[in-house]
Design a protein around this ligand. Sequence first.
Ligand code: SF4
Length: 414
Amino acid sequence: MTVLDSRPAPVAYGTARLLAGVTSGRPADLARHREHHGEQRFRGHGELAALADQVRLLGRGGAAFPVGTKLRAMPAGGGTHVLVNGSESEPASQKDRTLMRLAPHLVFDGALVVARALGTRRVTIVLHDPVSERTLAAARGERRDAADVRLVRTDGGFVSGEVRAAIRGLNGGTAVPPGRRVLPHERGIDDAPTFASNVETFAHLALLSSLGADRFAAVGSPEEPGTTLLTLVGDLPHPGVVEVPTGLPLSALLPEQGASPRPVLVGGYHGSWISDVRGLRITRPSLRAAGLPLNAGVIARLSSATCALGEVAAVSSWLADQSAGQCGPCFFGIPAVAHDVHRLLAGIDSGGDLERRVAHLPGRGACAHPDGSAMFVRTALAALGDEIEAHRRYGTCGQPWRHELPTSTQAGAA
Ligand code: SF4
């Protein structure tokens, strides 16, 4: 396992793949990148899609869509766009900015492998993080083949990182998800077909194209071969970004925490809290089958020194603030849920209103924000039984709120 946190310097365990050559915490220049990853190897459109199928490559942004299927659906030609979505907007997630800051040439390699396969030169990297922008711009200056790659830095909250919102922003609109179903591979940047995925997905495509399917799949679980990046948050031995082989038991990241271990949050702020991780392995298919979508790969466990319900209340308020306010469940529902969680924190029971409001959120928004927010709160209420009971009875669990779950992306800024 490779452990990386760009603040402080990263620590490496075992062999790195995506993070090869960058576990020192310094960005790899082109020479060091080539030393670790070799020369870029390009593939044809059908060949790249077939390779992605062979290793069951899934997108690493949140939806975990099969990359081979998405590639195959793309029309090839000079009018097609390639979009690397680096607008990582969940405060707890650091993996994409870690790749952009430390392994910018791997990101370029992935983008150019896809562009070559699709026969286009139209490549855009959209991102929020100014440090990533500077690192990518410097890396672009080192190579002629990336001269046409457009870097676009945008501002925005959580939902602006959703790919359809990012495309809407690039097209001159407000970076919020469109109210109707628009598929980027049909109408994306400038209304042209656009292959869009997140930064880590492109980095895997660079590796896959260079290694081939067999070498790529020599690591990890047969169910989803290779490695994956996670961001570990809270009371864990190496908080920060880690690269792990898929199939690793989740418990390997979570050493003993005394007689009363705290629940674990899998999948970040649109994810699920779970009390018992025994038998769970880190692959997207197996976690999804267990009702625990990995989403952008955030795994969190709180220390026993913080008020867990206070942490949940803070994230609930943050989720309410992230709404674009254009759909009912966001405009009314998530703020009401956050309000009820804060009342519960103060020992005021909603008499079932909180649970009812949470149950009404899913399936009614134009994007997954209400569904993800509902999952976060619903599973927290189920997993934090003892803490919640203490708040119901005494108005406190006796612990201060230590803000272990970040609610500002500033935490990741250098
Ligand atoms: S569900 Fe919420 S976040 Fe999603 S588009 Fe509607 S208002 Fe915006």
